[in-house]
Design a protein around this ligand. Structure first.
Ligand SMILES: Cc1ncc(C[n+]2csc(CCOP(=O)(O)OP(=O)(O)O)c2C)c(N)n1
Ligand code: SF4
Length: 299
């Protein structure tokens, strides 16, 4: 897992499939690529078997573009729709049993540190709301309490999409689903608050229709996780099938939901602010200059 693993072994270039050669020659490995350049380079995730119009796929695509060093990144996933796309991407993907992803990522990230020392190898968990807040809840929370240094991304489609529409802890109260016909009786879990209480150094909510913001939060989360501690991103990634959102209205729905109950929020611990500023030159967290004292009116 390094830039070398994508390069051709001597003499083999002409035997490699065109897709592979394109990835080596026009992919993002070893370059600084931004979401604003989409369409002008070969992406790590291009093909997938997800439903047409699935917002989760767009989010995963943007998130992967945003990885600061994709050639040194391993994704960890679990059962659920998202893994169908993530496992098609041209970077290593580890598939844990349903709900095991944060336990697997804990061991992986520790092992990579032992093996590679200070050279950053980023571990990013990407899992559904059921995998994160229900079945994987205990492992997720404990990885945060232990301040494991990797990023957890929840693909919050507010339902078990892959198994046909059961309610999850992240489903909103009252929501009626195919396999929750009477409507959910309990509130949506507040995973953001739990992430803060458990000590995450960075916590953000985001929707996929603002690619630059997705890029910004993913980059910060991955960089902070390298040295400061656990980071958590909760992304609204609607399931257009289970919520019957017409394909051409998926982005409109994301905008409405963002305005209504999924506003952008970002929590950055003081230690993480200092780290981003000193290590990566972020200016947003520099202390603001004190407002100049009011000049007395001489009249
Ligand atoms: C131990 C175990 N229990 C149940 C399942 C069946 N299963 C596969 S995906 C899934 C639900 C996924 O829901 P979520 O995590 O919210 O992801 P989504 O499909 O909505 O993206 C379930 C229950 C499984 N694969 N393994
Ligand atoms: S079932 Fe829902 S979440 Fe899963 S791929 Fe289809 S639209 Fe996306």
């Amino acid at each position: 897992m390094s830039l070398d693993y994508v390069k051709f072994s001597g003499g083999f270039e002409k035997f490699m499939p065109k897709e592979y050669r394109d990835m080596v020659e026009h992919g993002p490995f070893g370059k600084k690529i931004s979401v604003s350049q989409m369409g002008s380079f070969k992406e790590i995730l291009e093909e997938h078997p997800m439903c047409a119009g699935c917002a989760m796929t767009l989010f995963i695509r943007l998130a992967i573009i945003a990885f600061p060093n994709p050639e040194d990144t391993i994704t960890v996933g679990t059962a659920g729709c998202g893994r169908l796309a993530i496992s098609q991407a041209a970077i290593p993907f580890v598939y844990g049993n349903y709900g095991d992803q944060n336990g697997v990522a804990s061991g992986l990230s520790r092992g990579l540190r032992l093996r590679f020392g200070d050279k950053p190898k980023d571990v990013v968990v990407i899992a559904g709301d059921g995998g994160t807040a229900d079945i994987g809840f205990q492992q997720v929370l404990h990885s945060w309490f232990r301040k494991e240094r990797f990023t957890t991304i929840m693909l919050d489609n507010e339902v078990y999409g892959n198994t046909g529409g059961q309610e999850s802890g992240m489903t909103n109260r009252g929501a009626v689903l195919k396999m929750a016909p009477l409507g959910k009786k309990f509130e949506k879990m507040d995973m953001l608050q739990m992430a803060k209480v458990a000590g995450c150094a960075y916590v953000a909510t985001v929707v996929p229709n603002n690619p630059r913001r997705v890029e910004s939060v993913i980059k910060k989360a991955v960089l902070i996780a390298r040295e400061v501690g656990s980071t958590y991103i909760q992304a609204y990634t609607s399931c257009n099938i289970e919520y019957a959102i017409p394909t051409d209205k998926v982005m409109e729905d994301a905008k409405t939901v963002e305005n209504d109950r999924y506003q952008f929020t970002e929590y950055v611990s003081d230690e993480a602010k200092q780290y981003l500023t000193e290590r990566y030159g972020y200016k947003d967290y520099l202390p603001k200059p004190a407002a100049s004292a009011a000049i007395p009116n001489k009249a």
